[in-house]
Structures are given as C-alpha cells and as structure tokens.
Write a protein that binds this ligand. Structure first.
Ligand SMILES: [Zn+2]
Length: 226
C-alpha cells in the first residue's frame, strides 16, 4: 500500500491553519453553511478549486466531475448526482453565483476529441463527455485541419459554454437568473501559466480575469518598504 502519511500531515496543517488560528470558525461551521457560490470544476488533480481560489471551509460549494460538465435538465429514473448537487446549491443553499471552471490540458475533453475518430473511452467516460459533443463538432468544423492541441484548447472553452447553456435548462436556475438573483460565470484556467480567463458575453471571447503570475522585479523589491 502506498504511504499516505503526506495526507495525514496535511490534515494536521489544515487544522492548525483553519481551527488553531480561528477559534470561531468551528462554531460557525457546526451551525451550517452559507457558501456564496457553487463551483463546477473538473476532477483533475491539478485544478483543485479550493486550492486555486485560496478559500476557507464554508466559502465554496464544489461539484467536480470529468470535464466540469453540466448535463441538460432531464427527469428520469437514473441517478442524477450532478443535477441534485446543482438543485441543493441553488434551491436550498440559495447561492448567488455559479462558476463553471474549465481548464487547459483537460483529459475529459481529450477523450471527447478522440471520440470523433470512433474511439470512445471507458465504460462511462465516453458517454459522459458526449454531453459536450456539440462543442467538439463546432471546433472541428471551424478548424478541421488542426493542430490537435489547438482544437482541444478551443473545445475546452466551448464545452464551458455548453455547460452554461445547460444550466439554463434547469427551471429554477433560469427563474433566478431572470430575476437577477443568480449569476452564471464561465472561467478557464491555464494549468501551465496560472492565468484565469472568463467568458465575456459582450465580446463572445474568453478575456483575461487574472493575469499569469510574474515575479516582482528587483527594482520593485528594492523600492518596497521593509
Ligand atoms: Zn479536466
């Protein structure tokens, strides 16, 4: 069995950071949660939403799945893990924001791109990522000659738009958005640079929201007070 000591010392550090230095936090958390936002992210180990946003317990209601996808509103006898999480966040917790957080180098979107060549992945993955089939088809139509990595980056962004569109098929999401009680956001995180973009409805582009990290220059460091 692999050594999990690293995770245990992580828990101890977390306790110290969030409980040791903030005695009120535990009391507040026991009373309930009132997160501002539902964040729908990918399962990918490189894009942990709480780590990326530096959030504390109680800040974010997080739903993660392969390729951060939202299926359309569809009632059936299947098990609706994603839809029930969205329902809980919107109808019970009454979050004011839903953020769909996509990312570069997404394996789920990679599987979706592969499926265009008749290679469906796994027992469940292929069908799941097919939620964004329209995004893949649009990208392949617009850039049929590749290259494959550019197609994948474009599809990662298009798939976020599919999820935002599908969110609006849930009647209680649509109602709250139309009343101005709920805002939907499409974010795209670049794994290689840390840059964050957002979908700008006015321009139809993914514009920069948080620029990539650049270390302070030597001059700035010398000028800053000590
Ligand atoms: Zn992913």
């Amino acid at each position: 069995m692999a050594d999990v000591t690293k995770f245990l010392s992580g828990i101890a550090n977390f306790q110290q950071q969030h409980f040791g230095e903030n005695a009120e936090l535990a009391t507040n958390l026991i009373e309930g949660q009132k997160p501002q936002a539902l964040l729908i992210g990918c399962c990918d180990s490189r894009v942990d939403p709480a780590l990326l946003t530096d959030c504390a317990p109680g800040d974010l209601f997080i739903l993660r799945n392969i390729a951060n996808l939202v299926p359309p509103y569809l009632k059936s006898d299947d098990y609706h893990g994603v839809s029930s999480s969205i329902e809980y966040a919107v109808c019970i917790l009454e979050v004011t924001d839903i953020i769909v957080l996509g990312h570069s180098q997404c394996g789920g979107i990679g599987a979706l791109m592969q499926s265009s060549q008749g290679n469906e992945t796994g027992e469940f993955i292929g069908k799941w990522v097919n939620i964004a089939a329209s995004a893949r088809d649009k990208v392949l139509q617009e850039m049929p000659d590749g290259p494959a990595d550019k197609q994948a980056r474009a599809c990662e962004k298009e798939a976020i738009l599919v999820s935002l569109k599908n969110l609006m098929t849930f009647p209680w999401v649509r109602e709250r958005v139309s009343k101005g009680l709920l805002s939907l956001h499409g974010w795209y995180y670049n794994i290689g640079t840390g840059q964050l973009r957002y979908y700008n409805q006015l321009t139809g582009d993914f514009d920069i929201l948080v620029e990539r990290y650049s270390p302070p220059s030597t001059l700035e460091l010398e000028a800053s007070p000590r």
